[in-house]
Design a protein around this ligand. Structure first.
Ligand code: ATP
Ligand code: MG
Length: 227
């Protein structure tokens, strides 16, 4: 169980998150939605330890996460894929996967190749020459090389064509089903995300304003009105 309790966070005088409380079961799939500047990225950054909350606690499996130490949290099993293509462009696909898995079990590479066959087909290709969708798969594969229990994704569909978005979402679902990895997905593409998550959190001006099932949110005729 990941417990976020009364978390507030900001940047200098600016308040980005106010009193957020949410508990999520390990292995669950949760979408986090909200308009630009709502605080979604800040929430993910607090959970992975990249940003230190000004108040509140974040506890996973009974132990506080290491605020301010992403490396320590990644070793514990929380992986974060920030927005954009987070690959080393001048290294090959396989070199990228090796670097991410350095502190972990290299044998896991075969699992990554099973999940993303395109990465095995392209393993000697320079990562920077892959398409946007392929680079997003590689970024996911790199995060998975740390064998996380939680995968935090910041807008994984940005810049991808609709058919590729569906593919990325489908892969994320498979990661959850095959490896039991919990997913926290921040997305602007609400309909595509609702197809794979069970639960939706809506953040508005730094506050958690809704915590509903994906089914309930999908049934709303105009999703954005709901925000
Ligand atoms: N490094 C920073 N320094 C100062 N202010 C910041 C910083 N990062 C974010 N903010 C501010 O904090 C607020 C929340 O930002 P955050 O990036 O968490 O929003 P978001 O919901 O992820 O938005 P988007 O959908 O545009 O990515 C915004 O007002 C933003 O301008
Ligand atoms: Mg953001």
């Amino acid at each position: 169980m990941l417990n976020v309790t009364s978390v507030s966070a900001g940047y200098g005088a600016l308040t980005a998150l106010s009193d957020i409380s949410v508990a999520v079961q390990d292995g669950s799939k949760v979408g986090i939605f909200g308009h630009n500047g709502a605080g979604k990225t800040t929430l993910l950054r607090c959970i992975v330890g990249a940003h230190i909350p000004s108040a509140g606690t974040i506890v996973w499996n009974g132990e506080p996460i290491a605020a301010g130490s992403v490396a320590a949290n990644v070793r514990r099993g929380i992986a974060f894929v920030p927005q954009g293509h987070n690959v080393f462009p001048n290294l090959s696909v396989e070199q990228n996967l090796h670097i991410s898995g350095l502190l972990f079990d290299m044998k896991f590479l075969s699992e990554i190749y099973k999940l993303f066959p395109v990465l095995e087909e392209r393993k000697t290709q320079r990562a920077g020459s892959m398409s946007g969708g392929e680079q997003q798969m590689l970024a996911l594969g790199m995060a998975l090389m740390t064998q996380p229990k939680w995968l935090l994704l910041d807008e994984p569909s940005t810049g991808l064509a609709p058919v590729i978005v569906r593919n990325v979402m489908e892969r994320l679902k498979q990661v959850n089903e095959r490896l039991g990895t919990g997913l926290l997905i921040v997305e602007q593409n609400v309909p595509a995300t609702l197809k794979i998550v069970d639960r939706a959190l809506i953040v508005k001006s730094g506050r958690l304003i809704e915590d509903v099932s994906a089914q309930e949110l999908s049934a709303k005729p105009d999703l954005w009105d709901f925000f």
